[in-house]
Design a protein around this ligand. Sequence first.
Ligand SMILES: Cc1ncc(COP(=O)(O)O)c(C=O)c1O
Length: 431
Amino acid sequence: MNGPVTDNARLLERRYRLLGAGAPLFYDEPVHIVKGEGVWLYDADGKKYLDVYNNVPNVGHCHPHVVEALYKQSQTLNVHTRYLHELVLEYAERLTGLHDDPLAMAFIVCTGSEANEIALRMARRHTGKQGIICTNHTYHGNTAAVDELSSIFHNGKAPGPNVKTVPFPETYRPLNGLAGETLADACAGEVKQAIDEFEAEGIGFAGMLICSIFANEGLPDVPHGYMEKAMGHVREAGGLYIADEVQGGFARTGKRMWGYQTSGVTPDIATMGKPMGNGHPVGGVVARADLVNEFREHVMYFNTFGGNPVQCAVGMAVLDVLERENLQENALTVGNYTMQGLWKLQDKYDLIGDVRGHGLFIGVELVTDREKKTAAAEETRLIVNRMKDRGVLLSNIGVYGNVLKMRPPLPFSKDNADLLLSTLDDVLATV
Ligand SMILES: Cc1ncc(COP(=O)(O)O)c(C=O)c1O
């Protein structure tokens, strides 16, 4: 390489040597972040970035109430859950109290992957069957069993023999060009067909695991009635509905606390992660009491770090901030405000084919031809990088990678939204 070796180049060289070149990084020119505060991130040169991407620091980067709770509890006790301690009970009580009624018992774990792993085990144990249905563009975690659902890395197919994928429901690129109730019926029919195939193959059907807002799929608008119909088939066949709330949970959607509540169908099991600990490793599962009791009876499940007092103090502090700062309401108000601004940009730029989302989780699908809905993947990549250069962090999702992903920490304000919108306007004018 000619020219001066920059700090970033040195870090990259060390990273490749120590972590391997395959360890994923964002942006053509990666960012070296050294500090976070609220909705802001700072790089090593002191440049400030508006964070419109990170949902893990759900209540804001390094929120003082969460940091203090972690610090205080760390000074007193941090030990596993095979001793009696009130905090794990208080947290489990508060968490289950936030969920819909039948979800009355909890596991506290460390990651979303662990949470989904438990959910799969519980569904398979309960039904005595192996077959799991997921969508054709999804990711639910990195353990061996959960990775069998990673259709996102396998061209829409699930890599595991006991997993079948179904097309995710969407109205923008609808299955077979259908619309309305016929579309909902057809998408739900795919679920029924997968169930029938499992039964015919002798594998049997255990359950369907989906992200309640189909985030990795590109945050589609779901045909009305789909969830009732699809989960109707699931339950008729004796299977369980597992809602992955790792992305959609903890007030993100604005209207309600959990993504599944936006569809009106309550799952048998809900799994949680990312935003639960505001950056600290906290994950969880809530489920019907009979399912948890049955699982506990047969499986000695123990998680060394899951449910420890520091984790629970952090989890409680996150819930405190969500409540005290009215972040669910803020997600709804500022999310709607941002969507309105994006619709105005859609009037101005043909590149914007669709704007959709829930609260402060918004997808902007970019197309080079609105009629044909030709995915503008290269333009999306350019925009994400140019936004970063101008101090706004975004990413992209969707089957074609052409959906701008906007999912900021929940204290995101209207002023923050204005900065996002004006920067996007400037950048769109350059494409
Ligand atoms: C929907 C969904 N579920 C589960 C996971 C896995 O969570 P974790 O990385 O905490 O194991 C992810 C991670 O990206 C996710 O997007």
